[in-house]
Design a binder for this molecule. Structure first.
Ligand code: DAT
Ligand code: MG
Length: 138
């Protein structure tokens, strides 16, 4: 069993795609073990996106991610990290295969609807930033 951090980004919340994205996660029989509707603080953005803070696109990314509510989830199952990345599709919507979340609904790279940890190590680091032990159900 493996857990990954999934964020349903503010564009997806605004577009009323929360249910559609959760539907796909549940249809795959992955388990949601923690979930919260919240805003990403400036401090959390800098920690979560530590690898991107110095990149030219970071100011736009940060403004977008902190600009409205998002849904944070801990998603668990065998190979949950890789599975979620596959279900999300490529970062750039033009490269995302139809049938993936980004491939079906995203048009531009910043507003690409969903985040999923990119490795088990990233998942562990990110989940610790977003959730406490008491947030998880069995
Ligand atoms: P992913 O979200 O697929 O893991 P990433 O970690 O490389 O992609 O980047 C994080 C987010 O930053 C991504 O979802 C959208 C934004 N982003 C990445 N590359 C970008 C670029 N070249 N221009 C604008 N935004 C970008
Ligand atoms: Mg990433």
């Amino acid at each position: 069993m493996e857990s990954t951090l999934v964020l349903i980004k503010p564009d997806a919340v605004k577009r009323r795609l929360v249910g559609e994205i959760i539907k796909r996660i549940e249809a795959k029989n992955l388990m949601i073990r923690a979930i919260r509707l919240m805003r990403m603080s400036s401090e959390l953005a800098d920690k979560h996106y530590a690898e991107h803070v110095s990149k030219p696109f970071y100011p736009e990314l940060k403004a977008f991610m902190t600009g409205g509510p998002l849904v944070a989830m801990a998603v668990t199952g065998p190979d949950a990290v890789a599975l979620m990345r596959k279900m999300m599709g490529a970062t750039k919507p033009a490269d995302a295969t139809p049938g993936t979340i980004r491939g079906d609904y995203a048009l531009v790279v910043t507003e690409n609807l969903v985040h999923g940890s990119d490795s088990p190590e990233s998942a562990e680091r990110e989940l610790a930033l977003w959730f406490e032990d008491s947030d998880y159900v069995e």
